[in-house]
Design a protein around this ligand. Structure first.
Ligand code: BTN
Length: 234
């Protein structure tokens, strides 16, 4: 396992996307600052000093679904926060939330080569000591705000990596068990009423079923299975 530290970079995900062939499975790159950090839905991810911005390179031998690594990371982040007495949950599919505010996000990207899966890159961004901009105060939080003091970014990183290694050992042979653990950490539960954004349209419905790629909603008397959706406030 290799850890690369850089003071400044465009995006740690982009770095691994461009250089994945040069590095072994398990390589981690962490940056102090990202200048072109990216989030899901093509959004920019503000990555100033004080936050934890890193990516992990997986070169799976077995044909594991990329989602496996995303869930693995989300579950490991939640677990790594427990010793700090921070009770995090997941907003579907894998945003890490505490008290209704986002603490961390995950961006998983896959690389295909000649139709074969070449690599999976899991990028994690966590607000640790960085300031939360005023306009995000209601939506985002940081570990510093939650714990009441600054934390060593690299020790937070090593706690997360330790949980990821443990989870890899446990769940590689039983991915269904990981799905169960992940589902238990979700804020969204079956039976709950939620609003979702699908292709610019907002829909409101009752959750009939949740899995890692889709949510099935009951809207009036119709049942719709939706993927690539974002849960929004109603
Ligand atoms: C999201 O919630 O939309 C996902 C955010 C992922 C941000 C991390 S920071 C490290 C890695 N490099 C990036 O450019 N993005 C991810």
């Amino acid at each position: 396992e290799k850890l690369i530290r850089v003071p400044i970079i465009g995006s740690t995900n982009d770095f691994l996307k461009e250089n994945w062939k040069l590095f072994p499975h398990g390589t981690v790159i962490v940056a102090d600052v990202q200048t072109t950090g990216r989030g899901r839905f093509n959004r920019a991810w503000y990555s100033p000093e004080g936050g934890l911005w890193f990516s992990v390179l997986f070169k799976p031998r077995k044909n594991m679904r990329p989602n496996f690594y995303t869930k693995l990371s989300a579950v490991s982040i939640v677990r790594s926060l427990r010793p700090l007495k921070v009770e995090a949950k997941l907003k579907w599919p894998n945003d890490v939330y505490v008290d209704g505010k986002k603490l961390a996000g995950i961006l998983t990207e896959t690389i295909f080569e000649e139709d074969r899966l070449g690599a999976i890159i899991v990028g994690i961004g966590m607000n640790v000591n960085n300031e939360i901009p005023k306009e995000l105060e209601k939506k985002a939080t940081s570990l510093k705000l939650l714990v009441g003091e600054e934390l060593e970014r690299l020790s937070v990183l090593s706690m997360i990596l330790r949980e990821m290694n443990r989870a890899l050992r446990v769940y590689s042979r039983k991915p269904e068990a990981l799905t169960r653990v992940w589902k238990n950490m979700l804020i969204q539960k079956e039976g709950q009423l939620i609003c979702v954004n699908v292709g610019g349209e907002t829909l409101k419905g009752e959750i009939v079923q949740i899995d890692d790629e889709s949510i099935t909603l009951r809207i009036q008397d119709k049942t719709m299975r939706l993927s690539s959706l974002e849960i929004v406030d109603c």
